[in-house]
Design a protein around this ligand. Structure first.
Ligand code: P6P
Length: 334
């Protein structure tokens, strides 16, 4: 049959089953969960494409979230989209989001569903009002135990517990990039079909790239070792700075072209700004699956065990050689 027709028929849920080469209940679950992620992505993308044309997309809600950041209307809408979509999944029992102080429990699903969705509904929301790219980040974990006290203690485990992880990039095209531990694969939303269609399988990040991506406005708040690294890339031929304010698009660029993204700690906030469960651990899982690295500077992101749900970690992520170069400055001061 026609190759491109085969590809057009490789929808996300089909692809998951192909990955697992099985129709076991677990495989069916993951396939259905990824299908739900795709639906959430379509709903968010649809709303975002109308920013400025309709109420409730641009601007602030006037509230402040658990992180102390002012909440954008798009953050709230996207957060609710994931809840609604997964409520009906019959598979998820709990949703933990960057936007919610505590996880959201779906009581009627609990006996059936045993999965937890961890997500950052809109990453880079400062870009909502200037029509730049944004992302959603997600990870799926098995719920361990009953969590009857709603303390979500089983989520305070390292990122190697993630069953699936990835992101949706709302850019010129809407892309979904995911892993279930068998490589990294990308899909593009074909609005005329309303389907995410497979575009690339087993994506491998280059071992080195010319891009370094960091907010140099924080230069004077960094440890000296990070400043030394920045001075190194400034004086070394062949480096380009790219930073968009939405790490999903910055990290997607690095997945494709190679390079390194950094969000280091500062003297005031040594843990940095990014959250482990919804941002750094899912991205670390994905980038490692593509042959890259993700570290706090001192340890692999995937080995960090959080003490609390909204724990933050510094993040250095991307091509093996470029991450190692940053580590050499942090660990040996040069
Ligand atoms: P800063 C967006 O809020 C985010 O979490 C990432 O997507 C982005 O890279 C970073 O924070 C931007 O933060 O401090 O550089 O503006």
């Amino acid at each position: 049959t026609d190759k491109s027709l085969d590809r057009d028929c490789t929808t996300l849920s089909r692809h998951v089953l192909q990955q697992l080469q099985s129709f076991s209940p677990d495989a069916q679950d993951l396939s259905a969960l990824m299908n739900r992620i795709a639906l959430a992505g379509k709903l968010v993308a649809r709303r975002m494409s109308r920013a400025g044309l309709m109420e409730g997309v641009l601007g602030f809600t006037g509230e402040v979230n658990v992180q102390g950041e002012s909440v954008k209307k798009m953050d709230v809408y996207a957060n609710d989209v994931f809840i609604s979509v997964f409520k009906q999944s019959g598979l998820v029992c709990r949703l933990a989001s960057e936007e919610m102080e505590k996880p959201y429990y779906i009581p009627e699903n609990c006996p059936i569903g045993r999965y937890t969705l961890l997500y950052d509904p809109i990453d880079g929301s400062s870009n909502t009002d200037n029509n730049l790219s944004l992302g959603s980040i997600f990870a799926i974990r098995q719920q361990e135990g009953t969590d009857s006290d709603h303390k979500a203690a089983d989520l305070l485990t390292n990122g190697r517990k993630q069953l699936a992880a990835g992101y949706i990039l709302y850019g010129p095209s809407t892309m979904l990039v995911y892993t279930i531990g068998k490589g990294v694969h990308s899909f593009v939303l074909d609005p005329s079909l309303g389907e995410f269609i497979l575009t690339e399988e087993n994506i491998r990040i280059p071992n080195h790239g010319s891009v370094y991506s960091v907010n140099e406005g924080n230069f004077w708040q960094w440890e000296e070792s990070i400043r030394e690294y920045i001075r190194y890339v400034h004086r070394t031929e062949g480096y380009s700075a790219r930073y968009s304010g939405a790490m999903v698009s910055d990290i997607h660029r690095i997945l494709v072209q190679g390079g390194v993204f950094l969000y280091p700690g500062t003297i005031q906030n040594p843990e940095g700004k990014l959250r482990l469960l919804y941002e750094t651990a899912p991205l670390a899982f994905l980038i490692e699956q593509a042959g890259g690295r993700a570290t706090t500077g001192l340890m692999d992101i995937l080995d960090v065990v959080p003490k609390k749900l909204h724990q933050r970690t510094p993040l250095i992520i991307g091509s093996k050689e470029d991450v190692a170069k940053v580590e050499s400055f942090i660990q040996n001061g040069h």
